[in-house]
Ligand binder design. Structure first.
Ligand SMILES: *[C@@H]1O[C@H](CO)[C@@H](O)[C@H](O)[C@H]1NC(C)=O
Ligand SMILES: *[C@@H]1O[C@H](CO)[C@@H](O)[C@H](O)[C@H]1NC(C)=O
Ligand SMILES: *[C@@H]1O[C@H](CO)[C@@H](O)[C@H](O)[C@H]1NC(C)=O
Length: 471
């Protein structure tokens, strides 16, 4: 996560520099050395060589992946806060790596961050080979979050988190009662309860660690391919490798249609969804029903109930045995489709397919939402930090108590959330000129938007590497 956050600054700050000179002189610059420093810190997070698993000493690190850690959201009393801050487990997944790589390319393309070296891009892209779904008899670009390994006993490829599985195995071999008694003795009785719950839910977790390919990773990979295609003169080796790994890009559109959630369909294979998804979108579904609209929504897992029946026996099983609609997955899918069409990676003909067009024709809705409701919300969340600077908080680190029971705000996601807010405003309110390679504010952008972007970039400049805030 740390890396993702850092790379967000690069894009943010890179863009904010571009605005310099184009707008009122009151905007403050971010030194190029600072952007270089963020770039170097990010690159340092890429694993250069395979590091094998040797518990309890060493976790597996796959060559090419950028760091991301699994953490648990303990919060409240000081010991819980410490557990949250100290416990982390290195995870090898393609999402973080694809995301960071895309951000490095965007920061270079749209901002003035250093040009990523092809060596780093190739390391990242090569690590994706084991994420391409190998359980189909044809080339496809369905991607799995965790690497797939072959299980000869069932003749099938399975996607599973090596370090998490090993850690669960190790912990479940500890004498649980003894561990709990020991924790109670040293005053960690409250936490012992949670440790027990987690260990006792081992089977539930292990089952959830056999996931099918998903549309999140699939379309982040398409977004990355679109960027490389756009910059193929500058990164010809990286583009060639991506292109070789993705010889059948349009397969993702077939999957998109096949696995869409169709609430008004009579087909029982596509008209059901995780009740949690239904719960949050029930009013949206009701409104569509009232207007007689048909709906096809992007799901998370590339698996349906029929496939689940045979694949679960071979170690490929969507969590809770049911698909869901996740807004962030939908957002990455819209991003992937539009990037692919706009960059020319795929022919605009894919949009002639009415179903794909419906899933992608979101511009007007999104434009209205980002220009009005989203912008107003973000501005309302900006917190002043002196010298006309601003920061943003979400939730991480804001739910703790001091030893005397008073609320404590640690702002542990302050860097990340501030960078996100600035990026959202910049993407909404600037346009990029290909010929001059500069971004500038759109006509009619309010001064307050400009001030908040500028003030937040300054806050990031001051704090992103100060060590005062997580990560
Ligand atoms: C662990 O403790 C529970 C009650 O807290 C008890 O039922 C169980 O038998 C204990 N297990 C062992 C192995 O001592
Ligand atoms: C591409 O994917 C489609 C399914 O989406 C499949 O039918 C087709 O055979 C694949 N083409 C190749 C060349 O593998
Ligand atoms: C635009 O968004 C506002 C809410 O921010 C809503 O009231 C309005 O109906 C939307 N307009 C269109 C054309 O969707």
């Amino acid at each position: 996560m740390a890396v993702v956050v850092l790379i967000f600054f690069i894009t943010t700050l890179g863009s904010s520099i571009c605005h310099q000179g184009l707008d009122k002189s009151e905007q403050r610059t971010i030194p190029t050395e600072f952007i270089k420093k963020l770039y170097d810190l990010t690159i340092a997070q890429q694993t250069k060589e395979d590091v094998p698993l040797e518990l309890p000493l060493r976790l597996y690190r796959k060559k090419g992946v950028f760091s991301s850690d699994v953490k648990l959201y303990f919060h409240g009393k000081p010991e819980f806060a410490e557990a949250r801050r100290l416990m982390n487990l290195f995870d090898n997944n393609m999402f973080a790596t694809a995301w960071v790589t895309s951000s490095l390319l965007e920061a270079y393309h749209f901002g003035n961050a250093p040009k990523p070296s092809e060596e780093h891009l190739m390391l990242a892209l090569n690590s994706f080979q084991v994420h391409k779904n190998k359980n189909k008899p044809f080339a496809n670009s369905a991607m799995t979050f965790w690497p797939q390994t072959y299980d000869a006993s069932v003749n099938y490829w399975q996607s599973s988190p090596v370090n998490l599985v090993a850690a669960f195995d190790m912990v479940s071999k500890l004498p649980l009662n003894l561990t709990m008694e020991a924790m109670k003795l040293v005053g960690l009785g409250d936490m012992a309860k949670y440790v027990k719950q987690i260990v006792e839910s081992k089977d539930m977790y292990l089952q959830a660690f056999h996931i099918p390919p998903d549309f999140d990773d699939t379309f982040v990979n398409i977004g990355l391919g679109s960027l490389l295609f756009q910059m193929k003169e500058e990164f010809s080796n990286a583009w060639s490798l991506w292109n070789k790994l993705n010889s059948n890009v349009t397969s993702v559109f077939d999957d998109l249609k096949k696995y869409a959630y169709r609430p008004f369909s009579k087909d029982s294979l596509v008209n059901y969804i995780d009740p949690r998804s239904y719960y949050y979108m029930r009013y949206f579904l009701d409104a569509a029903a009232a207007k007689g609209q048909d709906l096809a929504l992007v799901t998370t897992w590339i698996q349906n109930r029929e496939e689940l029946q045979t694949e679960s026996l071979k170690g490929v099983q969507m969590p809770f045995n049911v698909n869901n609609v996740d807004i962030t997955v939908c957002a990455n899918t819209v991003f992937g489709i539009t990037s692919a069409v706009l960059s020319g990676l795929v022919s605009p003909n894919v949009l002639e397919d009415p179903e794909i067009a419906v899933m992608a024709t979101v511009y007007q809705t999104l434009e209205n939402a980002t220009n009005h409701a989203m912008t107003a919300y973000i501005l309302s969340q900006a917190r002043p930090a002196g010298e006309e600077n601003f920061y943003f908080d979400d939730f991480l680190g804001n739910g703790d108590l001091t030893s005397s029971g008073k609320p404590l705000n640690r702002g542990e996601d302050r860097i990340f959330t501030t960078a996100m807010a600035v990026n959202a405003l910049i993407y909404t309110w600037t346009e990029y000129d290909k010929s001059t390679k500069k971004s500038s504010w759109k006509a009619g952008t309010s001064d307050i938007v400009k001030q908040v972007v500028d003030g937040s970039a300054q806050w990031l400049y001051k704090h992103a590497t100060s060590g005062h805030y997580e990560p």
